[in-house]
Ligand binder design. Structure first.
Ligand SMILES: [Ca+2]
Ligand SMILES: [Ca+2]
Length: 204
């Protein structure tokens, strides 16, 4: 169903008023299964609950880096915590996988266009967190560090995913990272290739 309206998008991620074509779609099994994989990827301490304990795991890895200034570290931690609170914990402070999938389903089906833009905003801010030197590209080092911080320790598979993203001169533009993950989080058509699904299925 399509219609034009003014969306008031009151997320603390990006409070904005925009005129867009709104599309509302039903979430199919393929998409809800991908959200389940997303939950598993972000449950960094593997306790079956998404909570603020998970970004603390992420934070520990970055705290251990010797070449980050206190200011850089504070920026990374503050952004990560704000991002998680803004996207995941708008109504509660922790959630199960079912809670997460239901939240995503409700957001997707109530306004698919707004959902897609919200995920894009999340991914854009997430790239800002892990693009440590702020050059709008992820180097292999930045990419692998993020996976290490998220306790995804299959380094050969993580590297393979990086090279599937077609780096140029050893770097992938943040905009390409956003495109790949946006497809993963929002695309219901399983006929379209999704390298993130392929990577997760192969052990990332
Ligand atoms: Ca957890
Ligand atoms: Ca970078």
């Amino acid at each position: 169903m399509y219609w034009t309206l003014t969306l008031f998008f009151a997320s603390s991620l990006n409070a904005c008023v925009v005129a867009v074509e709104q599309e509302s779609s039903k979430a199919n099994d393929y998409l809800t299964e991908k959200w389940g994989k997303w939950f598993d990827c972000d449950d960094f301490n593997h306790d079956g609950i998404l909570s603020m304990e998970d970004p603390k795991i992420f934070e520990e890895r970055y705290r251990a880096l010797e070449n980050l200034s206190d200011k850089q570290l504070k920026t990374i931690i503050d952004k990560m915590n704000r991002l998680w609170n803004a996207f995941f914990f708008t109504n509660k402070t922790e959630m199960s996988k079912d809670d997460f999938i239901n939240m995503m389903k409700q957001r997707f089906e109530s306004n698919t266009t707004a959902f897609n833009e919200m995920v894009r905003a999340f991914l854009s801010e997430w790239c800002e967190v892990i693009d440590i030197n702020g050059d709008t590209f992820l180097s292999e080092e930045e990419f692998l560090l993020n996976f290490a911080a998220e306790k995804h320790t299959n380094i050969p598979q993580n590297k393979q995913l990086f090279y599937m993203m077609k780096p140029l001169n050893g770097r992938v533009p943040n905009v390409d990272i956003i495109t790949y993950y946006l497809r993963f989080a929002t695309e219901p058509d399983m006929a379209k290739q999704d390298i993130i699904v392929d990577a997760i299925n192969s052990g990332v």
